[in-house]
Design a binder for this molecule. Structure first.
Ligand code: NAP
Length: 308
């Protein structure tokens, strides 16, 4: 066993998927959970992804050798403050937050110097737009990248243990600085989500269109944006507000490119449109070649999403 007692704070999509990995691979003797939503904690035990459900983050963390924070990043500060006094020397804290600079600052400010508490920040780059313990599933992380950004409270032994946990989830591991993580994620995740939120809002509010017709014919493109725009509002509010500078820079760049496209259309510059669309088509092929859009995994994910 890799761990004796693992505490998971926030047993939603990511927390419960990781709990399934811990249970399936027998990586922990006991998995104890706490969620702000008491029904979620109860449900996690009921469906067998956790052994115990407790009433507070501190109760979950007491006696644990690994604490996993898997709530929205906005809650990391208050949870860290609550759990630190009960952690024993050598306990490893890890998190799954989608922004790293902010998450690390919120957690590290509560780790007492010389406490022997270890912290390995992480981000499994995998997910769906669903929430809650029943939305999680074992294969969620398969074939995807997990980014670890070890800092001043890391040890190489703990880094190896956390890497082993994610390898058991069939993830590939990369390490980088939190700054680099946030810059890359702003481009590949945060900006695309922001654009999806914006487009779905715009199309839904368009005057002179029947709402019913927008839904009825949505398979022509709108549907694919609604999948991303259906993501958890709390989580995305926290991500966009806590990677603000990088995202604002990218929005500016996006608006410039959109205006260039507008000009291409206005002036019938078909060659420029064709050149851009050929480039984007090539990028799509590269994503498939890099196995970041694998039909068999997508099929499993879609089956889970459509499960009632
Ligand atoms: P989720 O399904 O909504 O689960 C989060 C859970 O944490 C919810 O049950 C929530 O309860 C609970 N919670 C909120 N504040 C809490 C607190 N103070 N104490 C205890 N529980 C609390 O969200 P998720 O998709 O698993 O995301 C969790 C984390 O994973 C986020 O930090 C996110 O950045 C990261 N992440 C998400 C994805 C993704 O695609 N979803 C991918 C990679 C990483 P309520 O619903 O009642 O608030």
């Amino acid at each position: 066993m890799l761990f004796h007692r693992v505490a998971i704070v926030g047993i939603g999509l990511i927390g419960s998927s990781l709990a399934r990995v811990l249970k399936h691979n027998r990586l922990a003797e006991t998995v104890v959970v706490y969620d702000k939503n008491p029904e979620y904690g109860k449900k996690a035990v009921e469906i067998g992804v956790a052994d115990e459900n407790v009433g507070s983050a501190a109760a979950a963390a007491a006696g644990a050798d690994l604490v996993i924070l898997s709530t929205p990043v906005g809650a990391y500060g208050e949870i860290s403050k609550e759990i630190m006094p009960v952690l024993k020397k050598g306990t490893i804290i890890t998190d799954v937050g989608s922004v790293k600079k902010y998450a690390i600052a919120e957690i590290e400010k509560h780790i007492p110097a010389d406490s022997g508490i270890v912290y390995i920040p992480g981000h499994p780059v995998a997910g769906t737009e669903k929430s809650g313990p029943e939305a999680g599933f074992l294969e969620l992380f398969e074939g995807r990248w997990c980014i670890l950004t070890p800092g001043k409270f890391a040890t190489s032994a703990a880094l190896e243990k956390i890497s082993e946990m994610w390898r058991a989830a069939k993830m590939k591991i990369d390490t980088m600085t939190p700054e680099h993580h946030d810059k890359v994620m702003a481009a590949v995740s945060h900006l695309p989500h922001l654009i999806a939120f914006s487009i779905v809002g715009t199309v839904a509010d368009l005057e002179g269109y029947e709402q019913q017709e927008i839904i009825k014919y949505s398979a022509s493109g709108f549907r694919d944006f609604t999948r991303i725009a259906g993501s958890d509002p709390t989580m995305w509010r926290d991500i966009l507000l806590n990677n603000k500078e990088t995202i604002l820079e990218l929005i500016q760049r996006f608006v410039e490119d959109l205006i260039a496209l507008e000009r291409n259309i206005r002036w019938d510059e078909g060659d420029k449109l064709f050149e851009l669309f050929s480039r984007t088509q090539k990028i799509r092929k590269e994503v498939i070649e890099a196995k970041q859009d694998q039909p068999e995994i997508e099929k499993k994910i879609l089956a889970e999403i459509n499960r009632e």
